[in-house]
Design a protein. Structure first.
Length: 282
């Protein structure tokens, strides 16, 4: 009986690992294929059967994209927009999450529900109304406008995420600090924020990824190529050079996603700590 149960558990575990492997391969294959195309020559792009591992790899494709296109400018634009978005989002979301977590006030639950509803609104739905609104105000083609919309897009999720993290911290810490003479601002800045550092770091990473990947909003609100972020710049890359073909576009795509991957690799321990904090502290 015990042997049958053990075999069933092993089979279940093997099935789960097999499912994980299939799902991982499903999501990683497009990345592998783009990297593969970025290292090919033009004949290899159209070879039959496909060349999966091009040899020798054409790293010169990356050098050409960096030196002969505006991708560097697009990356700097994205970095500036994302940085400002993350800073503003964290300031607002941290204060909002602290208020939702630590205070009881009228219409608290409806307010939380409203935040959740706003999170469900897709940027595609609001893109045209936003264009007309900012056009009427004369605020098109501006970093400030794009950053403001980015903050509005990522703020609901960030607020909910940080509110859940604040909820895992015992309220007794606040009470002990208040007994010692600290005010609410000091409780937040000196007691809670250091404890919440993994959650805040994770929120910053997720906000940065969501902002970095935005396409519709900057495509609608920006007219000048000098202001394009990398998401729009990749689409426009064909129009800014006479020799951009598929292998160069693939190289540009790899360059575009490299910062996001680097951020996840460097800061993954903060993500793990934040995601497991609820189980450990609860």
């Amino acid at each position: 009986m015990l042997g049958s149960k053990a075999r069933a558990e092993r089979l279940t575990r093997a099935g789960l690992y097999a499912a994980y492997a299939v799902i991982t391969a499903f999501f990683l294959f497009p990345v592998f294929w783009v990297v593969s195309m970025s290292l090919k020559t033009v004949p290899q792009l159209f070879a039959t059967p496909p060349v999966w591992f091009p040899w020798p790899p054409q790293f010169g494709n990356y050098a050409y994209v960096i030196t002969s296109t505006s991708i560097g400018r697009y990356l700097l634009n994205s970095a500036f927009i994302v940085l400002m978005t993350v800073i503003l989002t964290l300031i607002i979301a941290t204060l909002a999450a602290y208020g939702f977590s630590r205070f009881s006030f009228r219409y608290k639950q409806p307010s939380l529900l409203a935040v959740l509803v706003f999170q469900m609104v897709s940027p595609v739905v609001i893109a045209i109304p936003l264009y007309r609104f900012f056009a009427a105000l004369g605020l098109l083609n501006s970093y400030a406008t794009v950053i403001l919309v980015y903050v509005a897009i990522v703020l609901p999720f960030t607020t909910w995420f940080l509110k859940g993290y604040f909820d895992t911290i015992p309220y007794e810490m606040d009470e002990a600090a208040i007994v010692d003479g600290a005010n609410r601002w000091q409780v937040l800045t000196r007691i809670l924020l250091p404890v919440c550092a993994p959650g805040i770091a994770t929120a910053a990473i997720l906000a940065a990824v969501l902002s970095w990947s935005q396409f519709v909003v900057p495509f609608i609100l920006l007219d000048s190529r000098e202001l394009y972020p990398i998401s729009v710049g990749l689409v426009d890359l064909k129009n800014t050079s006479d020799a951009i073909t598929l292998h160069y576009l693939s190289a540009a795509s790899v360059i575009a996603i490299a910062p996001v991957i680097a951020v996840f690799v460097l800061l993954q321990r903060y993500i793990v700590n934040a995601l497991t904090a609820g189980a450990i502290k609860g």
